[in-house]
Design a protein around this ligand. Sequence first.
Ligand SMILES: C[S@@+](CC[C@H](N)C(=O)[O-])C[C@H]1O[C@@H](n2cnc3c(N)ncnc32)[C@H](O)[C@@H]1O
Length: 218
Amino acid sequence: MSLEKLDATQIRPEISGIAPYRYTLDGGGRHAVQKLIDETDAKLLLEVGVYLGGSCYDWLEHSESLHVIGIDTWADTYDARQDLTRYREINLSCFRYIDDIDAFIESTSTHGFYKSALANMSVFGDRFHPYRGAAPDVLYEIRDLGVQPDIVYIDSAKNRINLDAAYECFPEARICGDDWTWGASLGHPMQQAVNSFAEENGFRARASGATWVLDKVS
Ligand SMILES: C[S@@+](CC[C@H](N)C(=O)[O-])C[C@H]1O[C@@H](n2cnc3c(N)ncnc32)[C@H](O)[C@@H]1O
């Protein structure tokens, strides 16, 4: 499947000179998605909610024949310095692949989320395809470009909106995502969303850590 049409819709800013970093927000269970990539011999994964590319890194590193379309608004409405400094205080493991945390925070604050994400993904050459915009609308745009991913990974809104849209646009794709363990005090909204979607559409959810995967019930 050609992704040239999709790539042509995107403005790619200059990122030469921006250092790549591997920042990771991993709540566990990503091996389940990597196994799904292997089992389905996936060539194209679409991720909703890329941020700085931590999970995309895990998919692209795992399979050398995989391409990833990464959707995000990459809105610079919140301060990267504040965001990353706060994480430095609460979860140092996010920085475990980064030698110079100060330089990473400085670079990301200077260049913003979008350019930083592109720089972080540049280590995978042309296998990362950014798509800047807000889901769920962009899922319909991508479908209308004639693109059908093998896997959709959802890591943004903690509700059903992107699940429903992903299934409508890409009915053959395997659907999985993050945030299974998110929001205990709110009653685990993603678990509720995934389970209600599964029940209505003939799927069963399985989870490992923060990661969930839907299987069709035959
Ligand atoms: C938790 S972060 C994603 C983390 C990333 N998958 C990782 O593992 O490093 C959530 C991301 O979703 C993006 N996001 C939120 N609402 C969105 C929407 N409607 N469409 C696209 N991206 C959205 C945010 O900009 C943010 O970067």
